[in-house]
Design a protein around this ligand. Structure first.
Ligand code: ATP
Ligand code: MG
Length: 424
């Protein structure tokens, strides 16, 4: 128990954190290219924010939230998604008074959902999310889809399909919902228990039920796309035109409805087809009324969330190696009583921006070399009595095995020159 992480959580080990860091740097780069700046919001918020912001008919609110009373008797919830917190920040800091759109992103933000753990499904996972406030035009939706698509494909992920849909707005969706409910009631006996219980509260969710019987039933259900009003239809056409103009292969998928209540118009998912089935890596959409719903002005918005663990899992499954930085450029080895000289050389190298270390475990010289080798140090710098007397070190370039003696003061320059000739 004591040495076991809670179910559905995952450690990041020292030898794998470079994969996160590399992916995060690519995500930052992609966001920055499109004018999105980072935000950081607390890991927990008032429960009320999610009840109002995510919607109390959703799976997340009904089944998945980590909610507890704090010592001040306030109801607190660990963030089950990123958008509600971003809207809260946007309102609390009056960012709507600045020129819009306000574009922001969060990176590797922890998200908590009480779900049945399985491959790609954790109880704590991390999301890279972008939110764009104040942009009504479909170009904003399209740039987000494009950003996610380009990011994932440039990392080497193949078999990626972009699924888009429009779920209309509070004008046209109620008319559709009524028609859908009529249809579902007529087929009630063929639906699963979950769908029977949610078909009145949230009929759209029946459309993306994974149960094969339900899928069979909804094949003939009325299609929301046929019920869109003129504004929603024009917006959707514009989105498709933008994606086509950029040669993004996309499919209109009327089954994509997303789990959250707040979406309007555009919804989308980026899905990969793996040998274990389909996996959604990124999901998002437009939420034109959420800001107002949470007490703010009438400001439209659009965003997405991408699961960091899922991207890393896909990269691993596809055998895509990410660049791994070298742990040590130089390992300083020493003989006899020269520990303090070694210590000073290590510090001097670090000050020069070189990754350096020495033995801290009282190893013999032979064992120090063995350790350096195991850690793939590019160079060993040895200080014996002769070198100490001459204020120098014996450099050994590990790949070539070649050696030379260099004065301490010249070490940083010589080492850097060598490092420039090899790859990480
Ligand atoms: P799913 O249909 O797989 O449950 P979702 O619709 O609940 O996904 P979103 O709320 O859209 O997911 O979250 C955005 C992204 O976060 C997902 O596309 C996925 O990559 C990732 N994600 C969601 N839930 C989990 C989880 N439990 N574990 C790991 N990643 C997750
Ligand atoms: Mg889910």
């Amino acid at each position: 128990m004591l040495t076991q992480a809670p179910r559905g959580t995952k450690d990041v080990l020292p030898q794998e954190s470079y994969r996160w860091q590399y992916l995060e740097s690519r995500m930052r780069q992609a966001a920055a290219e499109a004018g999105y700046r980072e935000i950081r919001t607390p890991v927990f918020e008032h429960t009320e924010l999610f009840l109002r912001g995510v919607g109390d008919t959703t799976d997340i609110v009904q089944k998945e939230m980590y909610t507890f009373k704090d010592k001040g008797d306030r109801s607190i919830t660990l963030k089950p998604e990123g958008t509600a917190g971003a809207v809260r920040l946007f309102l609390e800091s009056n960012l709507y008074a600045d020129p819009l759109p306000a574009k922001m992103y969060y990176l590797s933000a922890p998200v908590f959902r009480y779900e049945a753990p399985q491959a790609g499904r954790l109880r704590e996972h991390h999301q890279f999310g972008l939110e764009c406030f104040g942009a009504r035009e479909a170009t904003a939706d399209a740039e987000l889809i494009l950003l996610a698509y380009r990011l994932l494909s440039s990392l080497g992920i193949r078999n990626l399909s972009v699924n888009i849909n429009s779920i209309g707005c509070p004008e046209c969706r109620p008319r559709y919902n009524a028609a859908l409910k009529d249809f579902l009631h007529a087929h009630e006996s063929e639906l699963c228990a979950d769908c029977r219980s949610r078909m009145d509260r949230n009929p759209l969710r029946v459309l993306d039920c994974k149960n094969p019987h339900c899928q069979e039933v909804v094949k003939d259900a009325p299609q929301l796309l046929d019920w869109l009003d003129d504004g929603c239809r024009a917006h959707f056409e514009e989105l498709k035109a933008c994606l086509s103009a950029m040669d993004v292969p996309f499919a209109v998928n009327p089954k994509i409805v997303r789990g959250l209540d707040y979406y309007t118009r555009t919804v989308f998912e980026l899905i990969t087809h793996t040998k274990d089935g389909n996996l959604t890596v990124c999901g998002g959409g437009r939420y034109d009324h959420l800001v107002q719903e949470l007490g703010g002005p009438d400001i439209p918005a659009v965003g997405f969330g991408m699961g960091v663990e899922r991207v890393l899992m896909l990269l691993q499954q596809e055998g895509i190696e990410l660049p791994q930085p070298r742990l040590y450029d130089v390992f300083v080895t020493y003989m006899g009583e020269n520990r303090l000289h070694a210590f000073r050389l290590v510090q001097a190298l670090r000050e020069a921006g070189i990754r350096a270390d020495m033995d801290h475990c009282a190893r013999s010289l032979k064992a120090q070399f063995k350790f350096a080798n195991k850690q793939h140090a590019a160079i060993c710098a040895t200080i014996g009595d002769d070198e100490a007397a001459a204020s120098s070190a014996r450099l050994k370039f590990m790949a070539e095995g070649q050696e030379e003696t260099v004065a301490w003061k010249d070490c940083p320059e010589r080492i850097r020159a060598y490092l420039n000739t090899i790859t990480e």
